[in-house]
Design a protein around this ligand. Structure first.
Ligand SMILES: [Zn+2]
Length: 277
């Protein structure tokens, strides 16, 4: 019952009342035939008290017309050192809804991560999530560089938080990207602390995508105005973001920057989808 109430709140409140015209605008601006693919969302619980269930995610996706979502753990208070508990929660969400979710696992680079990395790859996880702020590491830490090399070797996409709380993204990350041009990377929150220098640095690296969740509108506009639209993918960051407002921000910035329907459809769906089909 509580879960139903919570779902009702988040989906209905954000698409009705004062928000109804905004949601109507969003619906009109989604190019027809676009099967929305959300590249950034969480399932589980966080030390800050946030939580999201597989069922809550499914209900949100259905209400907003999202077809597929990449899901991974939060900064889980019950994480054993190797993150295996929270990773199992994500895996069982995937087993319950294999058509809806693309499961990524999470690791803490400070811990011995080899066994959990191997276990998750063997199990069939489709990617890895790393959070430099929550797990307190720099992107040029040698354990992180090694882990990214392992992901490149396993042909495993990696989503890295490059948003709130980050100081450095480009300078510590670029050498690893240059060393592993085949590594598929999603920059969660589009390196929003330094969007323009990230655009310049990663322009020539087609396997690096920029993901749009909870980025300020002006930074999204800079991104859409200065970068190739095939390199940008939509994300919600549920439960920190929500589908209606992140779709609104992404669409508003993309249309303002003059993208056409085909490019916008790529941002909402095709650009990330081609990695997982
Ligand atoms: Zn997130």
């Amino acid at each position: 019952m509580a879960a139903q109430e919570e779902n009702k709140d988040s989906v209905e409140a954000l698409t009705s009342g004062a928000m109804a015209p905004v949601w109507e605008w969003v619906q009109k601006k989604i190019p027809s035939g676009t099967r929305i693919f959300d590249a950034h969302a969480h399932i589980g619980v966080d030390v800050d008290g946030r939580a999201m269930t597989a069922e809550g995610m499914r209900a949100r996706m259905e209400a907003a017309g999202v077809e597929k979502t990449i899901v991974f753990p939060l900064n889980d208070p019950n994480a054993r050192d190797d993150y295996s508990g929270p990773n199992d929660v994500v895996w069982s969400a995937y087993e319950d809804h294999p058509g809806l979710f693309v499961p990524f696992f999470r690791l803490n680079p400070h811990m011995n991560y080899e066994a959990e990395f191997e276990r998750c790859v063997q199990r069939g996880f489709k990617g890895l999530k790393l959070h430099p702020v929550s797990q307190k590491f720099e992107l040029d830490d040698k354990r992180v560089v090694r882990l990214l090399g392992m992901a490149a070797e396993a042909d495993l996409p990696v989503l890295i938080h490059t948003g709130f709380g980050m100081q450095r993204v480009v300078e510590p990350l670029l050498p690893t990207v240059e060393a592993h041009p085949e590594l598929r990377l999603i920059l969660g929150h589009s390196a929003m602390v330094e969007v323009l220098s990230a655009v310049r640095a990663f322009e020539g690296h087609p396997n690096v995508l920029f993901e749009t969740s909870v980025v300020r509108l002006k930074d999204l506009y800079v991104l859409f105005s200065s970068f190739s639209p095939e390199r940008i993918c939509y994300g919600s960051d549920i439960p920190y973001g929500d589908l209606p407002s992140t779709l609104h921000a992404t669409l508003a910035a993309a249309w303002a920057a003059g993208l056409g329907e085909k490019d916008i459809s790529g941002v909402l769906s095709g650009n990330i989808r081609r990695w997982f089909s």
